[in-house]
Design a protein around this ligand. Structure first.
Ligand code: SF4
Length: 247
């Protein structure tokens, strides 16, 4: 179900270390990651809807942002935190593009993270941003893992290709390996290293959400702290500049 809603405010303040403000064009996310915190934290939990299927489109968010933007002090805008700004419906609504147009025209620093290749549609705008940080989320190279845990997500090759397209366009995009999922870690690290050395690792922060899926498939080891530390060691050898969210 995709439903349009109207909002009174476009921006929230945040204590996330990388940003000062957040803008979320949607409630819900059609990528539908089974481990996602946004299904139980944030506005989605109060809508009684099905995660990954039900999306609420904030149809007037760009107008709202445009009206209020001059009230905000200079600070980093994270687009977006509780949904993927380039999830499927964005192709039609173009809300993220309209939000970017406003932020870029005012010169606000922007932080973005996505799993979708649709971000390449907005390269022209991203190239005009005064300060920009883009992370492509790459969590595994395995199709079976993506199918089980990120059912609406693109495959490993497409995410690498998105990263390459952005970087070829002069955008200093990095990779967020989070959460670390079952993967061929040496292979993933080497493929990413061919494109960027801006890499951050993040463990599976809410394992209780996916324990059942992991156990059914024999992925028990990937629920342990040791698995994350092993991936970290491999990545650090291949990409010495790699950091973790807990560094
Ligand atoms: S893409 Fe991001 S916001 Fe969307 S379901 Fe996955 S983790 Fe959550």
């Amino acid at each position: 179900m995709v439903k349009s809603i109207r909002v009174k405010t476009a921006v929230s303040r945040t204590k996330i270390p990388v940003a000062d403000f957040t803008v979320n064009p949607y409630i819900g996310c059609s990528i539908g990651c089974k481990y996602c915190f946004a299904r139980f934290i944030g506005p989605f939990k109060s809508h009684g809807s099905e995660w990954g299927k039900d999306i609420f489109v904030k149809e007037n968010i760009a107008e709202c942002l445009r009206k209020g933007i001059d009230r905000f002090p200079r600070g980093v805008f994270f687009v977006s935190t509780v949904c993927d700004a380039y999830q499927h419906v964005e192709k039609q609504t173009m809300l993220t593009r309209r939000i970017l147009e406003i932020l870029v025209s005012r010169g606000f620093p922007i932080f973005m993270m996505t799993k979708s290749s649709l971000i390449t549609r907005d390269i022209d705008l991203l190239q005009q941003a005064k300060e920009l940080r883009v992370m492509i989320s790459i969590t595994t190279d395995r199709d079976d893992v993506i199918k089980a845990l990120e059912p609406g997500g693109t495959g490993f090759a497409e995410r690498l290709n998105t990263l390459k397209t952005l970087r070829d366009a002069g955008i200093d995009a990095g990779v967020f390996v989070g959460p670390v999922l079952p993967m061929n870690q040496q292979f993933v690290a080497e493929k990413i290293a061919e494109l960027t050395n801006h890499v951050t690792l993040d463990p599976l922060n809410y394992p209780w959400q996916v324990k059942g899926i992991f156990r059914e498939r024999g992925w028990h080891y990937w629920l342990t702290r040791e698995s994350f530390l092993e991936v970290k060691t491999v990545f650090k050898k291949v990409i010495p500049t790699c950091t973790t969210t807990h560094d």
